[in-house]
Design a protein around this ligand. Structure first.
Ligand code: ADP
Ligand code: MG
Length: 259
């Protein structure tokens, strides 16, 4: 199938990396072949899956700047059908190096062409910015998943992101879709969480997934063990929520294909 989905929001700390990893793991647990592509120079997805700093390990930098074949850089993870294309801090320089590059918005799209037949889904964990790396991710993607933290300024950041998606559609990728908006870090003891969730649903309607990701300490512990949450603790509410989200994502993909 080779559907490419970017997990994006220019705000940091909203749950992009957590969503990218756990959605990827949940899809993999449904026997789909998944590649998680770490597009953030901070390499949080890479380290969260147990890959510590290693200057010898090649990364997405080698793929998009040095044009090395991506299949030789992909790593296996604790889950059989989840693989990782790691990041490292070299990628920070890529943002600058890309400015001068030919086809600078399409480097990632071109680089992952040979990988597409090998996976059902390729999920891209985007950096917390709207720089060329995120533009590359959105130019390569079929659709975007937007994590929104249930906090007061959630909607404010969203309008900026929607404008960027419109710009990408107008100039680079006319078919870019919003797969959905996922409310993250929902705290049921905090009335503000309910309020924000209601506001986002009112503004964005059906784009918002029914599933809400609860704030759950097991979710934040899993990365220090180098594991996706469902390998670390399958039964915790966070893992269960991401499994449910994966089901919704697949349902939306099926509806799209049937249409
Ligand atoms: P981003 O990639 O958008 O910067 P992260 O996914 O890294 O955001 O999340 C920011 C922080 O919040 C991390 O420390 C992460 O472990 C924590 N976190 C994310 N989602 C949850 C959750 N559902 N419950 C508890 N902690 C969470
Ligand atoms: Mg992140």
């Amino acid at each position: 199938m080779g559907r490419i989905i970017a997990v994006a929001n220019q705000k940091g700390g909203v749950g992009k990396t957590t969503t990218a990893i756990n959605l990827a793991a949940s899809l993999a647990s449904k026997n789909l072949k998944i590649l998680l592509l770490d597009c953030d120079p901070q390499a949080n997805a890479t380290s969260s899956l147990g890959f510590g700093r290693d200057p010898a390990r090649r990364s997405l930098y080698n793929v998009i700047i040095l044009s090395e074949p991506p299949a030789t850089i992909v790593q296996k993870t604790s889950l059989e059908s989840l693989e990782l294309l790691p990041s490292d801090k070299n990628l920070a320089g890529a943002t600058i190096e890309l400015v001068e590059a030919e086809n600078r918005e399409f480097r990632l799209k071109q680089a992952i062409v040979p990988l597409k037949p090998d996976y059902d889904f390729i999920l891209i964990d985007c950096p917390p910015s709207l720089t060329l790396l995120t533009v590359n991710a959105m130019a390569a993607a079929h659709a975007v998943v937007v994590p929104l933290q249930c906090e007061f300024f959630a909607l404010e950041g969203l309008s900026q992101l929607l404008k960027t998606i419109d710009l990408v559609r107008a100039n680079l990728n006319p078919d870019l879709d919003i797969q959905g908006i996922i409310l993250t870090m929902f705290d049921k003891r905090n009335r503000l969480s309910d309020q924000v969730a209601a506001d986002v649903r009112q503004h964005m309607g059906e784009k918002v997934y029914e599933t809400i990701i609860p704030r759950n300490v097991r979710i934040s512990e899993a990365p220090s063990h180098g594991l996706p949450a469902l390998v670390y603790d399958l039964r915790c509410p966070g893992s269960q929520a991401y499994i449910k989200l994966a089901g919704e994502l697949i349902k939306r993909e099926r509806a799209r294909m049937a249409a």
